[in-house]
Design a protein around this ligand. Structure first.
Ligand code: NAD
Ligand code: UD1
Length: 347
């Protein structure tokens, strides 16, 4: 039986994608070292899907263990999420990020090569468009200047994939560049589970709403945008998951095909707050704070290619993204943990 190997399948985007793949009848093997996720998430995915899947706890840098997975299962395609994603941590510890994101991917690719499996879907990011990119971002634009090792690690992997496909035409690689994934599965059973004080906007808003944090810092309000706050292309994580299902089904003709996954619409930080308050009826105290270095005023996707080639389009509204994020927060105040094991700090 042909199976999809999902590296990092216990994480935020991976778990929602595993659920969608199961819902579309795919058989799945999740390979994850659980360094930023938990077994409880996988248990809940199985509960919602009403079916089981395989799970191997392992690190993508462990080529022996990874090889064994290809021997034990008939893998037809790899969806590769496994990696680290904190911009600030990548600045503090660049070697760790290059080791996990670049070294880890290299290790996966060498095992796939040896085992003769050359079909890959890779999680990239809009961050590769860089700091001077015009909007909307189009896939044909070159990599821009990146401000941190996390972004550079994604761009490096994209380059490695391109070189690999040039070296061997049997490789069929789909690169998906995500914009700002938010929200949670509508059941409220799985969602985003950041450790400590969140650095991303959506989990920060929901933790302020839950009164775990006192107020939301608005990181700059004098940008040249509609209301002075930054604008981003927020996309529901279940729409993103559906994009992966279509990417798995789609065989690119050339070696590497790249798709933006966003909504094609920009929403400001201020509008996120007012819309959250409107749909949830919960007030979000805010305070204007210093700009965050590296933040761009406006980022959004051109989604023409994904629509025309994959037949994919985001369906869920901003209101639904916010409601689903809030439901997940309310049902799981401490994420997949049962108690507040970490003290949150707003300083
Ligand atoms: P996540 O941290 O929730 O999930 C990543 C998963 O990979 C975790 O379950 C973690 O335990 C696992 N993992 C990490 N290193 C591993 C290793 N060496 N071996 C095996 N497993 C390992 O992150 P996410 O938000 O689900 O992101 C998934 C992917 O998408 C990442 O590659 C990330 O860089 C990329 N991405 C995320 C966003 C976003 O906003 N969340 C945006 C753009 C791109
Ligand atoms: C950030 C990363 C990006 C990464 C993505 C997913 C930076 C510069 N970019 O994207 O590389 O792929 O997360 O992990 O770190 N904001 C506030 N208050 C907050 C938090 C955020 O006002 O407490 C604002 C930010 O200034 C930004 C917007 O909200 O304008 C969105 O921020 P965030 O959710 O962190 O996403 P990005 O910065 O787009």
């Amino acid at each position: 039986m042909k199976m999809i190997l999902v590296t990092g399948g216990a994480g935020y985007i991976g778990s929602h994608t595993v659920l969608s793949l199961l819902g579309h009848g795919y058989d799945v093997v999740v390979y994850d070292n659980l360094c930023n996720s938990s077994y409880e998430c996988l248990r809940r995915v199985s509960l919602i899907a009403g079916r089981n899947f395989e799970f191997i706890e392992g690190d993508i840098r462990d080529t022996a263990k990874l090889s064994q997975v290809f021997d034990d299962f008939e893998i037809s395609c790899v969806v590769h999420f496994a990696g680290l994603k904190s911009v600030s941590e990548s600045i503090e510890n660049p070697l760790k990020y290059y080791d996990f994101n670049v070294g880890g991917t290299n290790s996966l690719l060498s095992v796939m090569s040896k085992k003769g499996i050359r079909r890959l879907v890779f999680s990239s990011s809009a961050t590769v468009y860089g700091e001077d990119a015009p909007v909307p971002c189009v896939e044909s634009m070159p990599h821009g200047k990146m401000t941190n090792p996390y972004g550079r690690s994604k761009a490096m992997v994209e380059d490695i994939l391109s070189d690999l496909a040039k070296s061997d035409e049997d490789w069929s690689i789909t690169i998906l560049r995500y914009f700002n994934p938010i929200g949670a599965h509508e059941s409220g059973l799985i969602g985003e589970d950041p450790l400590g004080v969140p650095s991303n906007l959506m989990p920060y808003i929901t933790q302020v709403a839950a009164r775990r944090l006192p107020h939301l810092p608005i990181l700059g309000n004098d940008y040249e945008t509609s209301d002075g706050t930054c604008e981003r292309d927020f996309i529901h994580v279940m729409d993103l998951a559906q994009g992966h299902v279509l990417a798995v089904a789609h065989e690119p003709k050339s070696g590497v095909d790249i798709f933006n996954l966003g909504t094609g619409k920009a929403t400001s930080v201020m509008r996120m707050i007012t819309e959250f308050e409107r749909v949830t009826k919960v007030e979000i105290p805010t305070a204007i704070a210093e700009k965050r270095p590296g933040d761009l005023p406006q980022v959004w996707a051109d989604i023409t290619k994904a629509r025309e080639v994959l037949g994919w389009e985001a369906k869920r509204s901003l209101g639904q993204m916010l409601q689903d994020a809030w439901r997940w927060q309310q049902k799981n105040p401490f994420g997949y943990r049962t108690e507040d094991s970490e003290k949150l700090d707003c300083s």
